[in-house]
Design a binder for this molecule. Structure first.
Ligand code: UD1
Length: 417
């Protein structure tokens, strides 16, 4: 298994280009199942999760070709309706195929994703949405088994906004008979991206970006071309990399408005952030001020940036508090950060980070995608060498992170294992 070795010290300087968003690409890829034909997606990131979704679409009968950030998906021969455990267990976002399969074939058999590194993460909202649209849904032998004649428009109300369930509901309702309203819908930019792709396919959707999405079902959708939006979490991670090293980095290829909560907190910590046309220059404070962060659905502070901010807080001046309101148990990175000399304690979904003056490199283990990023970020400033193992997690969601960081002057390399 590969490892990443980071030598702490260098200030990061230069320019980095942000890749397409994993969390936009995955539901959009799944939505291609709604219409037979050849779909072309540009700015598709080269990531393990994108390849896993490609394999899943392949099992469902699609012909998938990914090169140079262009993804061509031919769904003409998609006649299968089963997403097998072997693929779904590798990536929870596989559940995104449930709505499209059901809407197109009138049946879907999708393995339950199971647990993940940070708690149970159920799929009950996804199931509820399909039932609201008139499907008969059962759980059988570890699979969600859904059937319908044709889905019927309905009001779907979520207890809390769920990104994935909103996406599944939106995709399925696009081919339902009549009007659907998704209430308490998620408002993440990735929802807007999926809505735009569905509209390009002929869907009639309004209200995305608000908490009430209205979908007038159509009888047929058509293959479409689309450009994947930039990854706001990768962008935020590089902003933290600039700040934590006291660096000066120009972040390009981003949508600044998608990063507002992260930019605000970085400024609060003392980072200097300026707009240069469409790009963003981040100059770090290195030893920033302690801040408090509470994760919340968009436009709040993203839970997917919590671990990376914790890295920054480990060397801040004072005590910072992180409250994760999205996940009760997303702190697997804490013991690993403490191995590097950080002083972090947790109490349920709250982490208390007391800033220290020095961190020292050590062998640490990546526990999940964003936790891996946090360990690499901390390695950038820890004295000596930090060896991050289990980096397959990072390959799921960051395209060539070590190459991009090395391009900014970090002493980082991958050791093939
Ligand atoms: C998506 C993102 C993930 C991010 C998360 C929260 C993708 C591919 N993944 O995950 O990176 O961390 O949003 O921003 O886009 N919930 C239920 N029942 C359900 C579904 C969700 O109780 O059926 C709960 C979850 O446990 C969580 C909350 O709802 O507490 C929000 O989760 P959700 O927005 O659904 O996350 P995902 O779509 O899985």
């Amino acid at each position: 298994m590969d490892k990443i070795l980071v030598e702490g010290g260098p200030r990061l300087e230069g320019e980095v280009r942000i890749s397409g968003a994993k969390n936009a690409a995955l539901p959009i890829m799944a939505a291609t199942l709604l219409a037979p034909g050849v779909h072309n997606l540009k700015n598709a990131p080269s990531l393990v999760d994108v390849r896993t979704m490609g394999k899943l679409l392949g099992v469902l009968g699609a012909d998938v070709d990914h090169h140079d950030h262009s993804l061509t998906i031919d769904t003409k021969n998609c006649n299968e309706h089963e997403a097998p455990y072997e693929l779904v267990k590798q990536m929870r976002a596989s559940i995104c195929v449930l709505g499209p399969l059901l809407a197109r074939h009138g049946r879907a058999r999708v393995s339950l994703p199971g647990g993940c590194a940070w708690g149970p993460r159920p799929v009950d909202f996804h199931v509820k949405a399909m039932k609201d649209l008139g499907a008969d849904v059962k759980l059988e032998h570890g699979y969600v088994v859904a059937e319908c004649r044709r889905l019927t428009g309905a009001t779907i109300q979520f207890d809390i906004p769920s990104v994935g369930a909103t996406e599944n509901a939106m995709a399925a309702a696009s081919l339902a008979k009549g009007r659907s309203v998704i209430e308490n819908a998620a408002r993440e930019p990735e929802i807007g991206a999926l809505a735009s792709f569905l509209r390009a396919m002929g869907a009639r959707i309004t209200g995305d970006g608000t908490d009430a999405i209205v979908i007038e079902g159509v009888d047929e959708l058509f293959a479409a071309d689309f450009e994947i939006i930039p990854d706001r979490i990768e962008a935020g991670t590089f902003m933290v990399a600039a700040a934590i090293t006291g660096g000066d980095v120009l972040i390009t290829g981003i949508r600044k408005e998608h990063c507002a909560a992260v930019i605000m907190k970085l400024k609060e910590m003392g980072a200097e952030i300026t707009e240069e046309g469409a790009d963003l220059r981040v100059k770090g404070p290195m030893w920033g001020r302690a801040v408090n962060v509470t994760t919340a659905p968009y436009p709040g502070f993203p839970t997917d940036m919590q671990a990376q901010f914790m890295a920054l807080m480990t060397i801040a001046d004072g005590t910072s508090v992180i409250t994760d309101t999205i996940y009760a148990d997303r702190f697997a990175h804490v013991p690993e950060l403490n191995r590097l000399g950080a002083d972090v304690g947790t109490d349920r979904n709250v982490a208390i980070v007391s800033g220290v003056k020095k961190l020292s490199g050590a062998k640490v283990m990546a526990t999940d995608l964003r936790a891996s990023a946090a360990l690499i970020l901390t390695g950038l400033i820890a004295e000596g060498e930090t060896e991050v193992s289990r980096v397959y997690h990072i390959d799921r969601g960051y395209e060539s992170i070590e190459k991009k960081l090395a391009g900014l002057g970090a002493k980082i390399r991958r050791v093939k294992g």
